[in-house]
Design a protein around this ligand. Structure first.
Ligand SMILES: Cc1cc2nc3c(=O)[nH]c(=O)nc-3n(C[C@H](O)[C@H](O)[C@H](O)COP(=O)(O)OP(=O)(O)OC[C@H]3O[C@@H](n4cnc5c(N)ncnc54)[C@H](O)[C@@H]3O)c2cc1C
Length: 290
């Protein structure tokens, strides 16, 4: 049987842990899904946070957050969310295949730092370049499409396209493969130079001059960021930032976002403050339903 939670928090950096503290202490069922890919892991020294008597390595602060979750009895699933849907409640799918239902979700996925620098990528958004296979696969039925990425998230998007498209090619853009792909998906690992087309995308040009004909390119680089997941739900995104109001509520009731994924000042202090607000808003939302 599938797990059903009051609240699932995606991300276990400062925003995710802070949000979880408020939801767990309200005696609600909360799970945190997240890996170790926090921006804190790259921060050599943190000095500008309240109460620090001496500077701390970012990794030390991240690990302290995980211990705090453990002490509160909050389960952490160490996996990546690759898909999310909403139909009266949220259903999240993890890269490992686990599915979890939740009445509310808080995005705390940090800022997406992996971007592809490919000429015309943005210019073809909505005209061949898509960020959601489930949403847009139908428009590419019986057409040749490509997926940009190399890991579990790209695999998930490619598998959603496979039954609908004429062919699916994975383009790793020079990155090593980080998941195993079925033979029905062709893999090209050459660096990409540009996208070409007129009104709509027609081909992908590689750095060595080769071309691949493609009517669609589905971007699924690295881990699904909050903006990728938000697009699947039709929630407003500005650039790669999730749009929320001052209570960290998105336009979809029950969906909240906090920390670096909302843009603004990318600091531990803001992530913690927004996480607390999002946690309290989720509690308010959950209590208002009963
Ligand atoms: C080099 C560097 C130095 C910095 N120095 C400072 C400093 O001195 N002071 C300061 O205040 N701030 C500093 N920062 C910024 C600070 O680290 C961030 O603002 C803070 O970590 C943001 O917290 P967050 O919880 O929003 O996101 P993050 O800490 O980035 O956490 C994101 C979490 O989401 C998870 N995740 C992402 N996608 C998925 C998915 N699809 N499924 C499941 N989980 C997912 C990740 O694994 C991770 O657990 C620094 C950042 C960097 C990069």
């Amino acid at each position: 049987m599938r797990n059903t939670m009051d609240c699932v928090i995606i991300g276990c950096g400062p925003a995710g842990v802070s949000a979880a503290l408020y939801v767990a202490r309200a005696n609600l069922k909360v799970t945190v899904i997240g890996g170790d890919e926090s921006a804190l892991m790259k921060a050599e020294k943190i000095e500008n946070y309240y109460g620090l008597q001496e500077s701390l390595m970012g990794k030390t602060l991240f690990e302290a957050g995980l211990r705090q979750l453990e002490r509160l009895g909050v389960e952490r699933i160490r996996d990546d969310v690759v898909d999310i849907t909403w139909e009266n409640a949220f259903t999240l799918t993890c890269a490992g295949g686990e599915e979890i239902d939740a009445a509310s979700v808080i995005f705390c996925t940090g800022a997406k730092r992996m971007r592809a620098s490919i000429e015309n990528l943005q210019a073809f958004e909505g005209r061949g370049v898509s960020y959601c296979a489930i949403c847009d696969a139908f428009f590419y039925r019986n057409k040749a499409v490509a997926v940009l990425g190399s890991g579990a998230y790209a695999l998930h998007e490619a598998m959603a396209l496979l039954p609908v498209a004429e062919s699916v090619t994975l383009l790793t853009n020079g990155q090593p493969l980080a998941a195993s792909y079925p033979e029905t998906i062709k893999i090209i690992d050459k660096p990409i130079h540009a996208l070409q087309g007129d009104d709509k995308l027609t081909s992908v040009c590689f750095a060595d001059g080769d071309k691949l004909a493609a009517a669609g390119l589905f971007v699924a680089i690295g881990t699904a960021g909050a903006s990728d997941l938000a697009r699947k739900l039709g929630v407003e995104v500005r650039g790669s930032d999730i749009v929320t109001n001052e209570n960290m509520e998105t336009m979809l009731p029950g969906l909240f976002a906090a920390g670096d994924c909302t843009g603004g000042i990318l600091q531990v202090s803001t992530a913690v403050a927004e996480g607390a607000k999002a946690g309290m808003s989720a509690v308010r939302f959950l209590r208002s339903r009963t």
